[in-house]
Design a protein around this ligand. Structure first.
Ligand SMILES: [Zn+2]
Length: 439
């Protein structure tokens, strides 16, 4: 009798332990991950447009109220923080353009995307870390994906052609089809997919223009298409999807509403600076000529509607100060002001690059798939925490990073559950053994 009971107990306990030790994803094989970025998707862009598919996503998955990009609310720096989990001062992708303050060379953004020397600064992006642990990964237009890291390339890379049209809805769908085939027919585990909208429309026409609402509806239809495609490729139970972006967008303030900034009014750039990137939205950098740093700093301190920083005095929470690439002077304009250098030739109606604390710079986070809870509204968080979440989803060991899984793990189905369950089983086991020994 006792023997039989003991056998039963053994079976019960083994079963319980089996369930409890189950990792996040299903035991046989790990789930796949698709990271989609819609450039310049401000956190509230879906609030004044009808977006049935995005609304449904919130019901079927996770939505964060908003997320905060790193300081340097620009495409390449922010995307690289998402894919590395590192602050800009650590990954050193400090601008959309590659530059050299000694030679005065500036490489346009699209050209910079191909230049490994701009991206490969010792920090490993998720693609490479996942590949090193045996997974197949791909980058579809995602910034940083076309570079090599310590000599290693991402398994499959597609790079935008120089004159690529960003808003072609048919192509958007074709790209989804391609990615679905990579997952279902070629066993890719991680794909990052980038779309250049709504950033372009935001720049060209401003965030309040009706065309911005149109492109949000186009994005919404694309998300509907994505969900159908996932279903058709039978990926519903094995593919997690994260949809996010790199920064928001704000309306550029123009005359006559404001007195637009012209920095040369406050300092003679020709005489005092040997290198500069200005006329590029709300973020500017200046290399003063030898011995002129204080003069440049003092002059710009007198200018209205901007804040000037010496690099070594940048607030710590910007996580920029340790950068070796940033020149000694960094300028951040007040929201909506462009940092014009000498004359106003600036045509953008919307822009970014402003302080990441500004609500207009905040962006979106949505997620769904087998490992995510349903109908879960997350509090806001910093985009740097997406990285450890992605590692958890892919069940890989993360590279060193600045994020924390504790920020996002509540959105997961079996969040920390295995460990808690294991503890309860151990407790149950000792109680039963105690009962037995006292019988
Ligand atoms: Zn942009």
């Amino acid at each position: 009798m006792r023997k039989i009971m003991r056998l039963e107990l053994f079976l019960v306990v083994s079963a319980l332990l089996g369930t409890a030790c189950k990792p996040l994803s299903k035991v046989a094989g790990r789930n796949k991950l698709l990271l989609i970025s819609f450039d310049g998707f401000r956190w509230d862009y879906d609030q004044d447009v009808d977006t049935p598919n995005l609304d449904q996503l919130a019901v079927d998955g996770v939505k964060a109220k908003y997320i905060t990009p790193p300081m340097l609310t620009m495409t390449s720096p922010s995307h690289f923080t998402t894919i590395t989990g590192r602050w800009v001062e650590d990954h050193e992708v400090v601008h959309n353009m590659m530059f050299n303050t000694t030679t005065n060379q500036k490489v346009p953004h699209k050209e910079t995307l191909k230049r490994s020397e701009w991206w490969d600064n010792g920090v490993l992006p998720l693609w490479i870390t996942a590949q090193d642990q045996g997974l197949k990964t791909a980058s579809f237009f995602y910034p940083g994906g076309a570079a090599k890291y310590r000599g290693k390339a991402v398994n499959r890379v597609l790079l935008e052609e120089p004159n690529h049209k960003d808003d072609n809805e048919t192509e958007w769908r074709q790209n989804i089809n391609t990615v679905m085939r990579w997952f279902s027919e070629e066993d890719f585990s991680l794909v990052t997919l980038y779309y250049g909208e709504p950033d372009n429309v935001g720049h060209a026409k401003g965030p309040d223009h009706p065309d911005r609402k149109k492109i949000i509806q186009q994005i919404d239809r694309t998300i509907g298409y994505l969900r159908e495609a996932i279903e058709q490729h039978h990926l519903n139970d094995s593919l997690n999807v994260i949809i996010t972006s790199d920064h928001g967008m704000t309306t550029v303030k123009k005359r006559p509403q404001v007195d637009e900034l012209i920095l040369n009014k406050y300092l003679n750039l020709f005489q005092l600076a040997s290198f500069e990137i200005l006329d590029y939205g709300g973020f500017g950098i200046i290399t003063p000529k030898p011995g002129k740093e204080q003069e440049v700093f003092d002059a710009l301190s007198m200018a209205p509607n901007l804040t000037v920083y010496k690099k070594n005095e940048i607030p710590e929470n910007f996580h920029l100060g340790k950068s070796e690439r940033l020149p000694p002077i960094v300028v951040v304009a007040d929201l909506g002001f462009n940092l014009n250098s000498r004359i106003i030739i600036y045509v953008n109606k919307g822009d970014h690059g402003f302080h990441n604390g500004e609500m207009d710079m905040k962006t979106i986070f949505r997620a769904f798939g087998p490992d995510f809870k349903r109908n879960f509204l997350s509090e806001p968080f910093d985009s740097i925490h997406i990285y450890p979440l992605m590692c958890k989803l892919l069940q890989i060991e993360p590279a060193p990073h600045n994020g924390s899984l504790t920020v996002t793990e509540d959105m997961l189905q079996h969040n920390g559950g295995s460990q808690n369950a294991r503890l309860s089983v151990a407790l149950l086991l000792s109680m039963l053994l105690f009962t037995f020994t006292t019988l």
